[in-house]
Design a protein around this ligand. Structure first.
Ligand code: GLC
Length: 486
């Protein structure tokens, strides 16, 4: 890369902390850009393009600055595209305003999501044109931004301004691909593409936006090295294995482990906690435990080990295992706190179970940042038995808050947590997709909990593990530099 020449990177994604988030994607987009900026030593300028959802955190609503407006053409539609800006830590955030698409109660799950996010991806290109800032790299995340590289390969293919732009597509979870039935209506009428370009999106007889993005982007990444290997296999790829194998063969697939924002998640300063603590004073955790027990109407006793789970209540998070052994587990002297929303089946099942185990189990059906932090701070053990896990951030946050992770060895869980029985162990792990293996691992942790000296030593080890972005941000910077040299 040429010396002293600042390169421009634009991130495009559908959520980012602290503005709005529904999961781990929001955490990553909220923290990675500033860390890339920091690590690039002045070589990169970093901007992020996001939708302006009605759900924008109130604290930021008044801080946005109006930049201007343009029109985004989506097939025959001419849609308003307002542009707002906010700058923090040197990163510029641009918000695309269109109330018809984004003034809704939720982020996703609407009949017209294909149109909403095709609009978002196309409008992101219009924002770059409006600002007259054509980046060197456009880094898009998940299928919601996946139409962008497809548009560059089709509608903008002959546009000189984008001739040198490199695109990167990051898969945060291969399970969500943006699949629709393949017909002229969606290709031409919704996306505004020609049927001749339909092959880019076509996969197994359907429109598949993730597949189109993988094919169109110059490079594809995912959020842990192990997951980058796993998604080559049928069991993990959710039907996309031909495509993942193809990009791997072309040498354009890489896994980089996520980090967490150590400022955003810091038990010493976290306002959500009953009492703050750091790794030298983690005995304060038991104060948090007692307050949480009181708040949740559980018996108050600092010596009862508390197991926490903060998770989406969906099958791939390993909930079928939990279901198989939970009654057995609840025979132990423990308290178990579960926070999450998701599949109505699991929501109903765990609520019903709580009713039968009032003194031991609390199930809170919500997505609640404040409560999640209280759970991380109060738990002794944090359970994450995922069937598959692209990266997972909760095990990292739990570690920072001194809750020892019990995880299944898959994806990013495998890359971040190793068993205490190995060198440099920082948790309890099990391998098989087997509920009794999980139960035995939890029992092993509960047994160690009885040995206070050992447990304290382990909490210290876990809290000392650095899950910040330093290593991974360097890997991203290196990847950008390599791609720009190509
Ligand atoms: C998705 C994945 C999760 C990952 C997150 C951020 O939510 O399911 O494993 O940590 O994206 O990349």
């Amino acid at each position: 890369m040429g010396e002293n020449q600042t390169k421009k990177i634009f991130f495009v994604a559908s959520e980012a902390q602290p503005f709005f988030a529904s999961g781990g994607l929001g955490d990553v987009i909220g923290s990675l850009p500033k860390r890339i900026l920091k690590n690039s030593k002045g070589n990169f300028e970093v901007s992020v393009i996001l939708p302006l959802y009605a759900k924008l955190n109130q604290a930021y609503k008044n801080k946005l600055i109006y930049v201007g407006q343009t029109i985004t053409n989506l097939s025959w539609r001419k849609q308003y595209c307002g542009i707002f800006k906010y700058e923090e830590n040197g990163v510029k955030y641009y918000f695309i305003d269109n109330e018809y698409y984004f003034k809704r109660d939720n982020f996703y799950g609407y009949f017209d999501d294909a149109e909403r996010f095709a609009f978002f991806s196309k409008a992101a290109i219009d924002v770059m044109l409006f600002l007259n800032e054509i980046p060197d790299i456009i880094h898009v995340h998940d299928w919601q931004a996946g139409m962008l590289p497809i548009y560059l390969r089709t509608l903008y293919y002959h546009d000189e301004r984008f001739a040198k732009v490199k695109t990167i597509f990051t898969i945060h979870n291969i399970e969500y691909q943006g699949i629709y039935s393949f017909d002229q209506d969606i290709i031409e009428d919704v996306f505004g593409l020609s049927m001749n370009d339909g092959y880019l999106l076509e996969y197994l007889g359907k429109v598949n936006i993730m597949k189109g993005a993988m094919e169109s982007a110059n490079f594809v990444t995912t959020v842990s090295p192990t997951y980058a290997e796993e998604i080559l296999q049928k069991d993990f790829a959710h039907g996309l294995e031909h495509e993942t194998l193809r990009v791997k063969k072309e040498g354009k697939l890489k896994g980089i482990l996520n980090g967490i924002d150590k400022v955003f998640y810091n038990p010493a300063k976290d306002k959500a906690l009953f009492e703050n603590y750091d790794k030298k004073h983690f005995e304060v955790k038991s104060k948090n435990k007692e307050e949480l027990q009181d708040m949740l109407n559980l018996p108050v006793d600092k010596d009862i080990p508390m197991i926490g789970m903060v998770t989406r209540l969906v099958a791939h998070k390993g909930l079928d295992f939990v279901k198989e052994i939970i009654e057995e587990l609840l025979n132990q002297k423990i308290q178990f706190v579960i926070l999450g929303t998701g599949d109505p089946y699991y929501e109903g099942y765990f609520k019903d179970l709580e009713y039968r185990h009032k003194n031991k189990l609390r199930v809170i059906i919500a997505f609640n940042q404040d409560l999640s932090r209280k759970i991380y701070a109060s738990s002794d053990i944090f359970l994450m038995p995922s069937k598959s896990e692209p990266c997972g951030l909760s095990q990292m946050i739990a570690s920072r808050y001194g809750a020892i992770p019990v995880v299944r060895e898959t994806g990013g869980l495998k890359d971040s947590i190793s068993d205490f029985s190995t060198n440099n162990g920082n948790g309890y792990t099990f391998n098989g997709y087997d509920s009794h293996e999980m139960l035995n691992t939890i029992l092993r942790a509960l047994k160690d909990y009885q040995d206070k000296e050992l447990w304290d030593k382990q909490v210290e080890t876990v809290m000392n593990k650095d899950f910040g972005w330093s290593t991974s941000a360097k890997q991203y910077v290196k990847m950008y530099e390599e791609i720009l040299e190509k």
